[in-house]
Design a protein around this ligand. Structure first.
Ligand SMILES: N[C@@H](CCC(=O)N[C@@H](CS)C(=O)NCC(=O)O)C(=O)O
Length: 213
């Protein structure tokens, strides 16, 4: 059944999240493979969709949503069956999931990895800042320790079923590895468990077509 889903964006950890969730849920969707810093996020047409001119953006019919964490949560709440994915339905369970999701997005993604990205990979744009990069890498590992009790709760952060929080955390762990951060063994074991998922592998191919064959 077609749900009129379109995803804008490929090539980054943030776009990977949306592709992965769509594929986990077995949803057909159109992928518009626009890329960051290509000028494609700055067209009038794209800025009407997302005035913050960032990918990923999801269109579901006439509903338009940006922010990778919001997209994966929306998709799981809209399309997941309770047997295939952990989707909290009451306020406290959802708040507990949000606590992890907000923590991952603020402390690991924006507060650590994106600092490294801006001042290492994108230093030509944002300037070199080796001290900030080194301390962001340390800060990442320090904050990852706080996730240890959940990461140990194998196989997934909230127990037996994958959740939106797993997609956010795994994409941060993969990004950390690419950024030269050596992960603790328990995080590597968690990554290896996740890597067995066919949808994760399919999403890597769809999101990183140039890099990963
Ligand atoms: N907090 C946002 C961040 C999105 C973001 O920064 N996207 C970057 C690529 S990773 C982007 O689209 N940059 C615009 C451009 O460079 O053209 C999310 O998680 O979706």
């Amino acid at each position: 059944m077609s749900h009129d889903l379109t995803l804008y964006g490929v090539g980054t950890s943030r776009t990977m999240r949306a592709h992965w969730m769509l594929l986990e849920l077995g949803l057909d969707y159109e992928s518009l493979p626009i890329q960051s810093r290509s000028g494609e996020t700055l067209t009038d047409e794209f800025r009407r969709l997302n005035p913050r001119h960032k990918i990923p953006v999801l269109k579901h019919g006439n509903f338009v949503l940006a922010e990778s964490a919001a997209i994966v949560q929306y998709l799981s709440e809209t399309f997941a069956h309770s047997t295939e994915m952990y989707v909290p339905r009451d306020a406290q369970a959802r708040a507990e999931m949000n606590e992890s999701c907000y923590f991952i997005m603020t402390e690991l993604d924006a507060g650590s990895l994106y600092v490294v990205r801006r001042h290492e990979g994108l230093a030509a744009i944002y300037g070199e800042a080796p001290t900030a990069v080194a301390s962001a890498k340390t800060y990442f590992l320090h904050n990852l320790e706080a996730m240890a009790p959940r990461i140990d709760r194998a196989p997934y952060l909230f127990g037996e079923l994958l959740s939106a929080a797993d997609i956010l955390l795994t994409t941060c762990l993969d990004w950390a590895v690419v950024s030269g951060i050596a992960l603790p063994k328990q995080a590597v074991d968690y990554q290896l468990r996740i890597a067995r998922r066919p949808a994760y592998q399919a999403a890597l191919k769809r999101n990183f077509p140039q890099n990963r064959g």
